[in-house]
Structures are given as structure tokens and as C-alpha cells.
Design a protein around this ligand. Structure first.
Ligand code: SF4
Length: 383
């Protein structure tokens, strides 16, 4: 399948578009609290529920639903417009350059200059419409440095990919069709497949990578496309310059299937509830969300009050720990000198008192603990 990218140049305002097999696609970036997650290619607004009754999902849709199902509804059911974001454009541009760098029809590795040319040709300015030109230039330079470092890192082991930006449509159960594109598929000398996904966000540890729903989806998609699971899947954190690779049997594929089907069923049941968390700060729909209505009633007040209490608690705990550490030192010193200023049999224990965590735990004993940490009381997760 031939893929050609029609891109933008620094300073341009167009949105990157991609054509494949004659279909016009748009970049539908996904976001989270760690930053950009590249982009997923979606045909222009296909229906959420297909004629066969399957819900059309992607990793970013499932992720959004799991974070806040009402946000999912605003974005994918009501199609409320979202804001462009610089980090989405940055990620899109890096992905486009790396797609060309690993293009399987190449005869040899593109030079560093050629890689930077790919970036120039496919720089996506759409997210920079509301920021200064300097900010965009800074990000462009950061993208150049990121790709230069990438080139140095992979030069010794470079080989063209078996596939890049490989589109998939994966049926799961009777309820879901998961769509998306795999950034890169490599094949080694033994014929084993290896899936790579580029990340321009924050570096995650190996445990988080093993638990990644996105990688599990890509492994299942790989099996669907090529008839076998990949041997490994990897997240390549290109800004940090670190690739985290795990064997496919470390992934929870059954758990991924369950999460996909569960999301599809909840979409079919129209189970949409606001779930206010700190991620609301990145939500484009606060102005219409009931969780943020008014200043004295409903979720809005609860969220504001919760955040204030958390700030106070954090400050209080910091001060408490510092006092505990000072008292510990004092108690040790007094014990060493054989002094007993509080008239206790065990001066050190009396001075130290109970650890802060125990005091806080006791203070919470009268509260039910069957609600997620970030959820105001009285809010249903509508599960
Ligand atoms: S503001 Fe928060 S609770 Fe409301 S839709 Fe957005 S993420 Fe959900």
C-alpha cells in the first residue's frame, strides 16, 4: 500500500493530510498527561457505530473513555471541536520524518541531512497558530536535535522496515472494531516480527510499558495483519533517546481484549459520566462539562475544594516529615547521651510519636474507600 504525505512547512498553517489507497485521512492525535502520543490516522469521521453494530475504537478512544467517558462523548459522539496543540504537531512531525527514514523501499539509510529534510518537508504547523513564532522555532530546533540523536543511535543497526504506518482494522469480539496504524514493523534474520511505536512524551519505565494497552493492541493487530504475533513490541521514546522493548508474552493480551469489549459495550449502552481528575486541565470541554459548572454546587465546587485540600495536605505532610526527621535526630542524640527530658522509659519512642502515614491513615478510617482516588464523593464511574 503506497502512502504519500502531503505536509506543511515551518510557518505554514495547513493541517497534515495523508492519502492511502485513495482515501483521504486526517491525523487524529491522542493526548495524555504525559504528552503527545504521536498520531492515529482516522478516515474522515466514519460513524462511531458501523452498520454491523461494531463500535469503531482506537487506542486513543479507549484511553479517553477510560479517563473520562463524558470527554469521550464530547469528542467522538458530539464531535465538539478541540483545540490544536503544539505537542500534537511536534509529535506528528517527528512521526512523519521517521516514517520516511524507515521507508521499506529505500536502498540504504538516509543521511542525517536527508532525515532533517524529511522533517522540513513535513513539519506540521497547525498546532502553533496561537503561539509565538519563536515558540515554533524552538520546537522545530528541538525536533531537529531529536532526529539527529535518533540518527546517531540507530545508524549502526539500521535496516529498512518491513512496514511503516501500517493501517489496521481489527475486529474484537462481536462489539468492537479497533483501528489504528503501527508506526513500524521490523523483521529480523529469523523472520520474527518486531513492532515499534514512537513516543515524543515522557519516558516510562518497563513496568508501564509491559502494561501498555496500546502495545497489546498493536500485537493483536500484527497477528491480524501478518498471521502471527510479533516476537517483541517496543516504545521508542525518541526525545529521551531510549527504546523500551518487551517480549510479547509479557503483554496482557486477554486483558486488552476485555478492555476493548468492555469499552465498546459501555459506548453501546451510552454510559457517559464525568470523571473529574487532574486531567480536566487538559480537557477542551470544561466550559460545557457539568463537573465544572458554577462555583458553589455540583462537581465544580467539589473539584475545587478537593484540589485545595490536597495542596494543604501536601504542604502539611512536607512540614510534618521535616519535623519528624529533626525530632528523630534529637532523640538519637539524647539517647546516645543517656538523657531523658520527657521522663519516659523510652525517650526516643516518646519523642518520635507515630509516623505521619499512620496518623493520616487513622484520619481516613471513617471514610468509605470504594471510590477511585481522583473522584469526588457521590460521583459514579458508571461502570
Ligand atoms: S472537564 Fe473533566 S470531567 Fe469534564 S469532560 Fe473533561 S475530563 Fe471529563
Amino acid at each position: 500500500m503506497g502512502v504519500s504525505l502531503g505536509g506543511d512547512r515551518l510557518g505554514g498553517m495547513e493541517t497534515t493530510t495523508v492519502t492511502t489507497d485513495g482515501a483521504v485521512l486526517r491525523l487524529d492525535g491522542t493526548e495524555d498527561d504525559e504528552g503527545v502520543d504521536g498520531g492515529e490516522l482516522e478516515p474522515t469521521r466514519p460513524p462511531l457505530i458501523a452498520t454491523d453494530g461494531r463500535v469503531r475504537l482506537s487506542f486513543s478512544r479507549i484511553d479517553t473513555f477510560q479517563q473520562c467517558s463524558l470527554r469521550f462523548r464530547y469528542r467522538y459522539v458530539d464531535h465538539l471541536p478541540g483545540k490544536s496543540a503544539t505537542y500534537l504537531s511536534f509529535g506528528t512531525s517527528i512521526h512523519a520524518a521517521l516514517e520516511l527514514f524507515h521507508e521499506r523501499t529505500l536502498f540504504g539509510m538516509p543521511s542525517q541531512d536527508e532525515l532533517l529534510e524529511f522533517l522540513y518537508d513535513h513539519w506540521d504547523s497547525s498546532g502553533y497558530a496561537e503561539v509565538s513564532r519563536d515558540r515554533q522555532v524552538d520546537d522545530y530546533r528541538r525536533a531537529q536535535h531529536t532526529l539527529q540523536r535518533y540518527h546517531q543511535r540507530v545508524a549502526d543497526d539500521y535496516r529498512p522496515a518491513a512496514d511503516t504506518e501500517k493501517w489496521f482494522e481489527l475486529p474484537v469480539g462481536d462489539e468492537a472494531l479497533v483501528v489504528g496504524s503501527i508506526d513500524r514493523v521490523d523483521v529480523d534474520d529469523d523472520g520474527d516480527l518486531h513492532v515499534v511505536d514512537y513516543k515524543t512524551g515522557k519516558l516510562r519505565d518497563r513496568e508501564k510499558v509491559r502494561g501498555s494497552l496500546q502495545l497489546a493492541i498493536y500485537a493483536l493487530a500484527c497477528e491480524h495483519l501478518y498471521g502471527r504475533l510479533p516476537a517483541t513490541v517496543a516504545l521508542d521514546y525518541v526525545v529521551a533517546g531510549v527504546e523500551v522493548r518487551v517480549a510479547v508474552d509479557e503483554l496482557d493480551l486477554d486483558g486488552a481484549r476485555e478492555a476493548i469489549v468492555d469499552t465498546a459495550r459501555r459506548v453501546l449502552d451510552e454510559q457517559y459520566e464525568p470523571v473529574p481528575t487532574r486531567l480536566c486541565d487538559w480537557c477542551d470541554h470544561q466550559s460545557v462539562c457539568p463537573a465544572w459548572e458554577g462555583d458553589g454546587e455540583g462537581y465544580g465546587a467539589a473539584v475545587v475544594e478537593r484540589d485545595r485540600l490536597r495542596r494543604e495536605l501536601r504542604r502539611g505532610l512536607g512540614r510534618l516529615r521535616s519535623l519528624e526527621a529533626g525530632i528523630d535526630r534529637l532523640a538519637d542524640e539524647l539517647a546516645e547521651r543517656g538523657l531523658d527530658p520527657v521522663g519516659s522509659d523510652d525517650t526516643a519512642t516518646t519523642l518520635r510519636g507515630r509516623p505521619a502515614e499512620d496518623v493520616v491513615a487513622d484520619d481516613h478510617d471513617d471514610q468509605p474507600d470504594d471510590q477511585p482516588e481522583d473522584q469526588p464523593r457521590g460521583t459514579s464511574t458508571a461502570g
